[in-house]
Design a protein around this ligand. Structure first.
Ligand SMILES: [Zn+2]
Length: 184
């Protein structure tokens, strides 16, 4: 009985601590300024054979405000971008470098391309308009030390991504996933 009470008290403490931790999280909002949105919308094309394109953020304002409960909202407001000169580009990649401290924006195309050759691309399909950063997008972000990166994945759609999204997961010993596989 003592143990049960102690257990209940411990559980209550853990729940309170958990709730506090939840409220203390930072939530990040990315906002594109009107002139930036206008520029990027105008440059967007639905050509299915296009290569990815790139921009450097020229001017941005970051503001934070505490929320009730101890959390923080961070707002990343992008006010100016300029086209970057790629060192190489194809429908699935764009290689470019913005100056240190200047976050990067690149496009994902409205096409599905089976290889990096434009002749393998078709409009739409499962890989088109992808707003998901790739592994190399995250690795580049972390290597540069930027606070955010941006993907334009449709004429009007912009996806901000952050280093905290690319976190190491605690290893879980789960074998169920592979139970039905017949691989070596
Ligand atoms: Zn990408």
């Amino acid at each position: 009985m003592r143990y049960a009470i102690r257990g209940a008290a411990l559980l209550a403490m853990m729940l309170v601590a958990g709730a506090r931790q939840l409220r203390a999280q930072t939530v990040r909002y990315g906002v594109m300024g009107d002139s930036v949105t206008a520029l990027l919308r105008a440059a967007w094309t639905d050509d299915s054979t296009q290569s990815e394109r790139a921009y450097c953020v020229q001017r941005a304002r970051i503001s934070s405000r505490p929320t009730l409960g101890g959390g923080i909202d961070s707002i990343f407001r992008v006010l100016a971008v300029r086209p970057a000169t790629p060192t190489s580009q194809d429908p699935n990649h764009v290689q470019f470098e913005c100056a240190t401290g200047t976050p990067e924006l690149h496009t994902h195309t409205p096409a599905t391309c089976l290889t990096d050759d434009a002749s393998s691309c078709r409009a739409d399909g499962p890989l088109a308009y992808s707003c998901q950063p790739s592994r190399s997008d995250y690795e580049e972000l972390l290597a540069r030390g930027d606070e955010y990166g941006i993907i334009q994945c449709d004429r009007r759609a912009f996806r901000f991504y952050y280093p905290s999204e690319y976190a190491a997961q605690p290893h879980k010993a789960r074998t169920a996933v592979g139970a039905n596989s017949s691989g070596p």
